[in-house]
Design a protein around this ligand. Structure first.
Ligand code: AMP
Length: 273
């Protein structure tokens, strides 16, 4: 596995390679969720590039940039063992300069849900993903459905900016008890870890209601809120795949999204129906 930190060096190297490229952007502290993206990229491409970059521009002033888990050596081992061909490991100075061109998230979709409480978040996400896609020029780029709004906005960016990459959505990997894997789960103490299970429980109860043909969005949301209630709830929403509000669940076109705070940790999860 090659490790490259300089964007131009990586770009030049990839130019000499005539292979399909699968790209998995991450912020490190890798877990089985990231590994499933890497596996899919390996299955579908001749060469796999993973980036590990803790992107400062997607964190607000009082967010967890400084304490975000860092596991550089373990991450390198995971990438090596997962068959990654190139690990792109830049520093912030390699990606950003003082006076920056940046992307602006769309006014509606970028500022609801997670974008409502984190207003600069998706500007930072889109800016860095755009840069990374320009550096790697992959055939396909892999993103987790767990970050549903991020996936939706990146797909929109690629379409609206006529970019030459296929965005592949990958299912959420969970612990055996239902908790979605996240680098932030390490912040949870034992009691909070237990409380966090209310998220997957609420999503599960919603899917059971839907399987019994209860399709009314308000009825499902009320039940979910009952389960989540003791936690600080940022949102519980039932939307279509274009992230528009709907009155009824439509199978094949519905995503149910939850974001809560457990202790001091924001956790998000969703299911796609
Ligand atoms: P992050 O390092 O948190 O920025 O995540 C990098 C990529 O991994 C993103 O596309 C995430 O959506 C994806 N990801 C994070 N957690 C999971 C999970 N539990 N299952 C599948 N993909 C995930």
């Amino acid at each position: 596995m090659k490790i490259i930190s300089n964007p131009l060096q990586l770009k030049d190297y990839l130019k000499t390679i005539n292979k399909t490229i699968g790209f998995v952007p991450t912020m490190g502290a890798l877990h089985d969720g990231h590994i499933s993206l890497i596996k899919k990229a390996k299955e579908e491409n001749e060469l796999v590039v993973v980036s590990i970059f803790l992107n400062p521009t997607q964190f607000g002033k009082n967010e967890d940039l400084d304490k975000y888990p860092k596991k550089d050596e373990a991450d390198k081992q995971i990438c090596k063992l997962s068959g990654v061909d190139i690990l792109f490991f830049p520093q912030a100075k390699d990606i950003y300069s003082k006076d920056e061109v940046s992307l602006q998230a769309p006014n509606v979709r970028g500022f609801v849900l997670e974008g409502y409480t984190r207003p600069s978040h998706f500007n930072g996400v889109l800016t860095v993903v755009n840069k990374l896609l320009n550096i790697v020029s992959p055939t396909r780029a892999y993103f987790g459905k767990k970050d549903a709004q991020q996936l939706n906005l990146i797909s929109l960016m690629v379409k609206q900016l006529f970019m030459n990459v296929e965005i592949i959505a990958v299912d959420t990997v969970r612990e055996s008890d239902g908790l979605a894997l996240s680098s932030r789960n390490v912040y949870l103490n034992k009691d909070e870890r237990k409380e966090a299970l209310k998220i997957s429980k609420a999503l599960h109860v919603a899917s059971v209601m839907i399987s019994k043909n209860i399709l009314d969005v308000d009825e499902i949301k009320i039940k979910m809120l009952e389960i989540l209630e003791p936690l600080e709830i940022f949102y519980v929403e039932i939307l279509n795949y274009d992230f528009e509000y709907a009155l009824h669940v439509e199978l094949g076109n519905t995503v149910i999204l939850v974001e809560v705070r457990v202790g001091s940790t924001r956790l998000l999860d969703n299911i796609w129906l």
